[in-house]
Design a protein around this ligand. Structure first.
Ligand SMILES: [Zn+2]
Ligand SMILES: [Zn+2]
Length: 333
């Protein structure tokens, strides 16, 4: 099969993904083989490729927002009939036995595997995944529309949940990439007022189009104090700036898997019961709940589609604020 292979972490400017032929995988016990149609491009892929996340498997095929059709069932697999349209997301598997899994926090599992990081991902014509960790994709979304729902969408949704934002609340977004452009649609659906702080003028424009009450630069003060804010950009210097915009008791959620160092800041910024918390992965329930909500709203994805062979180009564009909405690789069809 055709795949984009990472042999060793390197800066994306060096175009480290090799578009090549590799053997197609075959499904193990409880797994399905999925013919990939589209795979979303996520900032986490960039962190994997550039080595900001320590490699867990090399060479590795990145990609964890995978939409395709079940082509084959491994022994014991029968949840999805052949031909079902399914999605494969970041959490490839959790052990189900650790203290976190047993208490409904499988996103924090002690022994997880991650798609496109510890096992091969969806920048390829085929992928295998445990059927228990695969999602049914709602009708009404094309493959390209559905792919970014699987990480940008789900993580944005979990970030919203952890922010504790309530209807009629005031919510700040820092960074306005793929996750934010989905999360704002959910937030607006909940009648939340959104303020978008982002350095890129095109992203500010998209935020306003999607219903933001205000859009400005990363360090510009929104017109009102915020009940909560979500930092999507991987830049630690945003944390004190965003804290300064929170009302007393406000919540700051850090939505990324990686962030540059956070500068020290005065305790005054945190005092008065403000909170900071990160988001790590997601549970299957987050994914299932989000996909239901996404179909109800329905979410409209802004996508920029690239052929699989152009994954390096898509990732370079992502790194340079060149993507409006979400980048998606068209793999088959
Ligand atoms: Zn576990
Ligand atoms: Zn992701």
């Amino acid at each position: 099969m055709k795949a984009c292979l990472l042999n060793a972490p390197a800066r994306i400017e060096t175009n480290p993904l090799q578009f090549t032929d590799v053997p197609a995988p075959s499904p193990d016990h409880g797994e399905v083989l999925v013919r990939v149609y589209a795979c979303g491009v996520c900032r986490t892929d960039l962190h994997v490729i550039e080595g900001e996340l320590a490699p867990r498997k090399l060479p590795v095929i990145p990609g964890h927002q995978v939409v395709g059709l079940v082509e084959k069932q491994g022994d014991g697999a029968g949840r999805f009939p052949i031909g079902s349209r399914v999605g494969v997301a970041w959490l490839h598997h959790a052990d189900g036995t650790c203290e976190y899994c047993r208490t409904g926090e499988e996103n924090l599992c002690d022994n997880p595997t991650f798609t496109g990081h510890s096992v091969d991902g969806g920048y390829a014509e085929y992928i295998v995944a445990p059927e228990d960790f695969v999602y049914a994709i709602p009708e009404g979304f094309s493959d390209e529309q559905a792919a970014p729902l699987l990480c940008a969408g789900i993580i944005g949704f979990r970030s919203l949940r952890l922010s504790g934002i309530k209807p009629d609340g005031r919510l700040g977004f820092y960074g306005f990439g793929a996750a934010a452009h989905v999360a704002i649609q959910v937030a607006r659906h909940w009648n939340v007022t959104v303020y978008a702080s982002t350095r890129d003028a095109r992203h500010q424009k998209l935020a306003l189009e999607l219903g933001a009450a205000w859009a400005g630069g990363t360090f510009d003060a929104p017109p009102e104090k915020l009940d909560a804010a979500i930092v999507f950009a991987p830049a630690g210097e945003i944390v004190p700036a965003a804290l300064a915009m929170l009302r007393k008791g406000g919540v700051l959620v850090l939505g990324g898997i990686h962030m540059s160092p956070i500068p020290s800041f005065s305790y005054d910024l945190l005092y008065e019961e403000r909170m900071i918390r990160s988001v790590a992965n997601n549970t299957r329930k987050d994914g299932e709940d989000f996909l239901r909500v996404a179909a109800e709203i329905p979410i409209r994805m802004h996508t920029q589609v690239y052929p699989l062979s152009d994954a390096n180009r898509a990732l370079n564009a992502l790194k340079n604020d060149g993507i409006s909405g979400a980048a998606v690789l068209r793999v088959t069809g």
